[in-house]
Design a protein around this ligand. Sequence first.
Ligand code: UFG
Length: 337
Amino acid sequence: MNVLLTGGAGYIGTHTAVELLQAGHGVVVVDSLVNSHEEALRRVERITGREVAFHRVDCTDAEAMRGVFERHDIDAVIHLAGFKAVGESVEQPLRYYRNNLDALLTLCETMDAAGVRDLVLSSSATVYGDPRRVPIVEDAELSTTNPYGNTKLFAERILDDLATADPSWRIISLRYFNPIGAHPSGLIGEDPQGVPNNLFPYIAQVAAGRRERLSVYGDDYDTPDGTGVRDYLHVVDLANGHLAAVDHLADTPGHRVYNLGTGQGTSVMEGLHAFERATGSALPYTVTGRRPGDIAVCYADPTAASRDLGWKAELTVDDACRDAWRWQSGNPGGFAG
Ligand code: UFG
């Protein structure tokens, strides 16, 4: 199959490209490079020994998107492009709604005109808001707490309506929990711009000496050690979830949603200690106040993905820390060098 990856030069896109290529699929990438580097795609080619067709295109550019579909024989699309920083979305809601929703609408219109109606959407566990029950099942109540989360929820709703209006669409939305780690080759990994918002990229930079210490955002949650609990998923497992979704689109009429998580909760302190095991040294931290908007506990019930897509997370948080550390220590400046 020939798969178009929007946002394919990013963290999840590059890892997904590797798994698709290694499974024998063709990969075409569109990416605006506003938050990623073309070098990452060269690394994908190095890992796989295969070529990636790349177009520097913003998904909101209808004419350029049409050109990509004219140029390549696309069978299915994995839509990963979008802005993703929660705090920034609160400060710049219009920018987030305009970009993320425009990209989805333009993509779907372009796909429809080209007769390509097989789509996998990058969604997020953020659509569960503050969950009433864990592990979280797909039919749990949905709610969001910020504009970024709204763009994911609205995207899912748009795809519901599209699949209802035209049953020739086959759509899978993947609700990711917390992706971490890097490719075991050490050639690709997460390359955050500026100060990392997320726990593991921050810990990795503390380990590398780029940040002084980790701020642990609260140790008074109702959890075993008082720190927040999340479902951290190795990015290679996540990438394989996309491969499984693409492979199952043919038997997925309409729009289905699946959690991609391990089903295991890990606290901030457990995560920090796992990273210490990977680096072999103690990492400094201070407990500070809670981060506004954070929830105590969030982890997946991944049963549906296992039942319908035949996908299960195989790697551990320790595997992810080892791989993230290999990436971080081998590429201290990220892709920009
Ligand atoms: N944390 C710290 N210190 C930090 C960063 C995070 O203690 O410097 C804690 C948080 O309080 C939380 C945990 O580490 O308990 C995880 O925080 P992340 O920022 O790594 O991840 P979140 O679960 O808050 O958010 C992530 C993605 C969002 C997505 C959400 C739900 O960043 O895009 O998961 O899936 F919406």
